[in-house]
Design a protein around this ligand. Structure first.
Ligand code: MG
Length: 176
């Protein structure tokens, strides 16, 4: 008889993303800056990306996919597929949420660190959290966002990139 391991109680995943930031056309190729579904139209630079370049949604997606031992965001949603050109990155988050829903696991909590020199994120964190909670079907209290600068060091500190780290803890929910 085949041995079946008991289901794990928890699974943990780490997500990471970085996007280069450039001025908007014609000075550069930067898109409108969007982080966690919040747009920053006043910000003078934006991400170089195939999709809308929301590094927060990308890193959260990869953290969940990683926790489920699934292929990563680049494998599931290739950045050379015209279907995803300029697309709202919530499509990736919803793709991860759909896979999560059929996995027997649910979000326990997410801890998100966004590193960029500007813009300041403090007044936008609650909106980002609400956006992520809505797409993942969890409570806002299960999501935390920290904004950090890079102390004016290297590309991040020069404002030439934005970087995001996410840790996702999933808890087993079903009896299957
Ligand atoms: Mg990305």
């Amino acid at each position: 008889m085949a041995h079946q391991s008991p289901p794990l109680a928890f699974r943990i995943g780490h997500g990471y993303d970085l996007h280069r930031l450039e001025p908007h056309p014609p000075k550069g190729q930067g898109r409108l800056l969007v982080l966690g579904g919040v747009q920053f139209p006043e910000h003078p630079t934006g991400p170089i990306s195939h999709s809308d370049g929301d590094a927060v949604y990308h890193a959260v997606t990869d953290a969940i996919l990683g926790a489920l031992s699934l292929p990563d965001i680049g494998q599931l949603f290739p950045d050379n597929d015209p279907k995803y050109y300029g697309v709202d990155s919530s499509i990736f988050l919803r793709g991860a949420a759909a896979r999560l829903a059929s996995s027997g696991f649910a979000i326990a909590n997410l801890d998100i660190t966004v590193i960029c020199e500007r813009p300041k994120l403090s007044e936008h964190k609650s909106k980002m959290i609400a956006n992520i909670a809505r797409f993942l079907g969890c409570d806002r209290s299960q999501i935390n966002i920290k904004g950090k600068t890079h102390e004016e060091v290297d590309a991040l500190g020069d404002g030439r990139a934005v970087e995001v780290h996410v840790v996702a803890l999933l808890a087993h929910t079903s009896n299957e």
